[in-house]
Design a protein around this ligand. Sequence first.
Ligand SMILES: *[C@@H]1O[C@H](CO)[C@@H](O)[C@H](O)[C@H]1NC(C)=O
Ligand SMILES: *[C@@H]1O[C@H](CO)[C@@H](O)[C@H](O)[C@H]1NC(C)=O
Length: 271
Amino acid sequence: MAPVYSLSLLLGLAGRALAECSRATLQDIAATYVKAQTAGRPELLSLASNASYAENDVSMDIKKGVLSQALPVDNTRSLLDPVECATFTEITSATAKHPYVIHTRMLVTDSKISAIESVVTDDGDWVFNATGHLYWSKRETWDPIPEARRDTRAVIKAAGDAYLNQWAESTLSVPLGTPCARLEGGMYTGERQPTANTCRMPAFPQPLKAGNRRYTIDEELGAMDIFNGFPWLEKTKPDASMPCSNLFRVESGKIRYIHEQTVCATPHCGR
Ligand SMILES: *[C@@H]1O[C@H](CO)[C@@H](O)[C@H](O)[C@H]1NC(C)=O
Ligand SMILES: *[C@@H]1O[C@H](CO)[C@@H](O)[C@H](O)[C@H]1NC(C)=O
């Protein structure tokens, strides 16, 4: 029989975790991350002593990573997830000498960053175009959702999962809104039909199972990011899963925007 005190103990621990993972704390950490990238100074971050750092699924020394390179941040948005104690940040650096679009997920423990992982895309990655990314991203509205109209975590998660699951099962229904637009690298499906649902994916030549999903969910923004592994796309490595990030905005249960950044091993994934 479970000890009677276990529930209150659990609640106590949960309460403590929530206090440490307030939106204010996470907001602070995300803002500092953007400052660190702008300055190319990872030492601005409050890292746990054993914090991990990885780019495109490869662990590396933070001092040798893109975060140690000063980059103009032309546009950015962050998701705060007090339940997972995680942040997600998208950075568009289009005016840099070497343009990038970077998606970064950070895990926080005891108010310190315990893990940083980024999907770092640049020229030659899947339909990469930072100028296009900046242009379209800035025209989108990702304001906080009024409290009465907010979706639950479960609804937001189900919408994004359905979108990824549909790559493996093309007949699966996905709650896409009208309008819905996808920014894929620098390509925008909503360019010609801004009021239509242009997010539907045609069936792939074979079912694709996007695995290794890592979530960041922000109910206030109605937003979620899923880091995942995108199989098949890289022609020279058909059995490999490429580092991929799908960022979603969900409004009233339906997907409004999708940003997808996918890394290629060879220019344009050999296609
Ligand atoms: C990092 O250190 C913390 C606290 O000392 C510990 O709880 C955690 O398991 C460590 N994480 C890793 C990945 O070693
Ligand atoms: C990148 O996007 C911009 C803005 O949409 C466009 O003007 C430009 O032609 C694109 N570049 C390439 C190489 O597709």
